[in-house]
Design a protein around this ligand. Structure first.
Ligand code: PLP
Length: 354
């Protein structure tokens, strides 16, 4: 950490934390007292500051609004019994943000700005980190183009920000998903590997169609042939075929999930057989019918592990075995939650204490 980083702090006049019912926090609607901001001007990050969370003025000609030159990250903090903030793998989010930035013609964000931004907010808004069972503190760093210019070109000016939101327990009712074989989230050569705003706008409509049919979420397939499994909604997707953990191999249409990597790391550490490879829809559906597929789950920061109850394909629902029988996904979920909350050793150096 560079000591010389200068962050100007303007504190809120009155904290709103006492207004929050930490036993019933609506997801994504409550934001902590402060937010972090930095401006990219004339080729440099400057004006690093913390201000009270609130609305801000931007030009109606901001290219991020018109053309989607915007990227984001999502990570979580927890509080241990000493009152310290524990952050899960923040440097991996920082690295991925720069991979997204590169693809979207946005500037490199230095590590110290990302980490000190989070650190400063944790010091100020520590009381916002829930300690109620199952709750956590969602950290949302993001960057957007900030020129006042509606010509189509990469912007010159950008804004980087971090806002934070306490989130309640994630209701882990198993999810119903549908294999999507018409619409496409991402395609080779596109921006699927970047956490770029436009990827999500375009995926709302197909997801809505599936929700109208009673599913929670889609399983995306490759954009060329719709023959291979890619992701599930905004989570990576994993299966246990007999005793082997299988997940689609990374490519430029799949987001490089940090939860995905954590699950694979633990599985290998436990000596489980792991395969990152193409999984065809046919192999999956055959495996569901023959009973070779024992477990299926989504992996992402929001839920950590989201058990999949059933998979719909061509009008037929294929059910998975009951959640209680799923040894691996339950074990890895418990292990990850315990590491994140500081209740178990952290053999891979994932946790940052602020
Ligand atoms: C964020 C995201 C994931 C999960 O990534 P994590 O780092 O595990 O949170 C997976 N797929 C998509 C499309 C995402 O946006």
């Amino acid at each position: 950490m560079v000591e010389t980083l200068k962050i100007e702090i303007k504190k809120t006049a009155k904290s709103r934390v006492s207004e929050v019912n930490f036993h019933d926090i609506p997801f994504g609607k409550v934001y902590a007292d402060h937010m972090f901001m930095a401006d990219f001007r004339n080729g440099d990050w400057k004006n690093l500051r913390v201000v009270p969370y609130g609305h801000m003025l931007i030009s109606p000609a901001t290219p991020a609004i018109h053309y989607g030159q915007s990227i984001f990250e999502g990570l979580k903090a927890y509080k241990n019994d000493r009152g310290e903030a524990l952050i899960f793998r923040p440097l991996d989010n920082w690295k991925r943000m720069n991979i997204s930035a590169d693809r979207m013609c946005m500037p490199y964000l230095p590590e110290d700005i990302f980490m000190e931004g989070i650190h400063t907010l944790m010091e100020l808004d520590r009381d916002w980190i829930p300690t109620t069972e199952g709750s956590s503190f969602y950290i949302r760093p993001f960057m957007f183009s900030a020129d006042e210019y509606i010509g189509i070109r990469p912007s010159l000016d950008f804004t980087f920000m971090i806002i934070n939101s306490p989130v309640g327990p994630y209701y882990s009712t198993p999810v119903k998903v549908k294999i999507e074989t018409h619409y496409t989230r991402a395609v080779e050569g596109g921006t699927g590997f970047a956490k770029a705003g436009g990827n999500y706008g375009g995926s709302l409509y197909p997801a809505k169609l599936a929700q109208d049919q009673g599913y929670h979420q889609l399983i995306w397939t490759d954009g060329r042939e719709h023959k291979y499994i890619e992701e599930s909604g905004t989570m990576n997707v994993m299966f246990v075929f007999e005793d082997t953990l299988v997940t689609p191999e990374l490519g430029d249409s799949i987001l490089r999930g940090i939860t995905r990597d954590s699950v694979l790391t633990l599985a290998r550490h436990w000596g489980m057989k792991v395969e990152e490879r193409k999984i065809s829809v046919k192999e999956l559906v055959d495996g569901l019918e023959s009973g070779r597929v024992k477990e299926a789950f989504g992996a992402g920061t929001a839920a950590t592990i989201a058990h999949i109850e059933l998979i719909g394909y061509e009008g037929k629902n294929h059910y998975l075995p009951p959640v209680e029988t799923r040894k691996f996904s339950n074990k890895v979920l418990n292990e990850l939650e315990a590491i994140k909350r500081g209740l178990k050793p952290d053999p891979f150096g994932w946790m940052y204490t602020f």
